[in-house]
Ligand binder design. Sequence first.
Ligand code: LFR
Length: 478
Amino acid sequence: MSGGTVAAVDLGATSGRVILGHVDQAAGRLDLEHVARFQNGPVRLASGLHWDFTGLYRDLTRGLADAFQREPAVASIGVDSWAVDYGLLRGDRLLGQPFHYRDDRNAAAVDGVHAIVPFAELYRRNGLQFLPFNTVYQLAAERDEPTGCLALADSLLLVPDLIGFELTGRRVAERTNASTTGLVGVGTGEWDDELIEQLGLPASVFAPIVAPGDSLGPLRPAVAAELGAPAGIEVVAVGSHDTASAVVAVPMRAESAAYISCGTWGLVGVELEQPVTTDAAREANFTNEGGVDGRVRFLHNVMGLWLLSESVRWWERDGEAIDLPELLAAAASVTATVAVFDADDPRFMSPGDLPGRIAEWCAEHGVPAPQSRAEFARSIIESLAEAFAGTVRQASVLSGVDVETIHVVGGGALNALLCQRTADRSGLPVLAGPIEATAIGNVLVQARTQGFASGPLEDLRDLVAAAFEPRRFEPRAR
Ligand code: LFR
């Protein structure tokens, strides 16, 4: 076995990137080369909140063209993104820009779905926490809208699969991301046709499920020409749900660790071999999402750095530029006791005046609201740290994993105050990094398919631990 290079396309809710990964497991080599970074975000059209899919596709293909220019010997491409959102196709034609999961059309559909399949029954079948934007609710909304496109469509592809289709012409549903739709059986990992039928959704739009590591086949010749890629370069399915890729790259011992994949969201949980769909897990709103190699991502969505980034966006709306490192430094030196609010409160889900909503939460709960921006930032960090610590405790109780260490990966690993306060509030050491866990997980799954690495996830994690030494935060007295 020798090494080689693969290209990872990693799309987050606020930015996307194209990264080259150089891997040679035998030589202990795993390093990343950043090729392109571009903006992403919601676009409000008359029809609601959407993603600019065509802009994203333009940016990522430009990034891939740069990647091939730098490194003509790229062996394959893998794509991951956030979950749940999809494009509808009629033939090869995309029927409009995909909806953004923060659009509020979903809320109205929830009761209708639960009237047909009560939530407890849904949970038993799909093992998913309740999130109003799970694809199942989005599709129920789409089905009922007079202008909905579902009836026109002959296929539905989640965002990374849609990109895979544009690149290769092949329509598949990668399993880790399909598991976030609410329409895949938690025990089977296959589309739950009975559920799909019960909900009046067209079974024929769903593509065949493939596993991370499977090849989608070569780039379409026209795409290869546009990218300057050698003919025959293939696209490999990775853990196309970004969180699944991130968990691959958590340098943990899963039997005694919890992870927090912290970016826009804070995904807090443990890795299991078998799902946990007990009443207690359902009541705590824990999810059993599909992981790479059939592992289970038993976790809960905490609101995450969205609380901070959306507050900053609100403060910047009149053109003022806020320096984030400066704001965080100011937050770290706040000495006043700040409000710890419920970071999970649904009022924080949609875009807008988050500082105002935090103040409103405080007023309702009789606690003094933060006054300055530094206090707001500190209050957000304390509230996230508290939610993270509490969710780790719950994950441990519900799953039976005796958590000794918390790993923080993703952009949040850069936020020293958040990592320290999570250690303090949980009483457990926090190991921070790698920051680019998602891209690394994407790279490693491709590398295994290409023969640049081999073995179970534990072996891949050893490589991560050696290449990206985590930063350790010891818990301090509170
Ligand atoms: C993180 C993430 C979460 C998912 C949310 C919405 O980027 O993929 O795992 O719940 O975005 O898709």
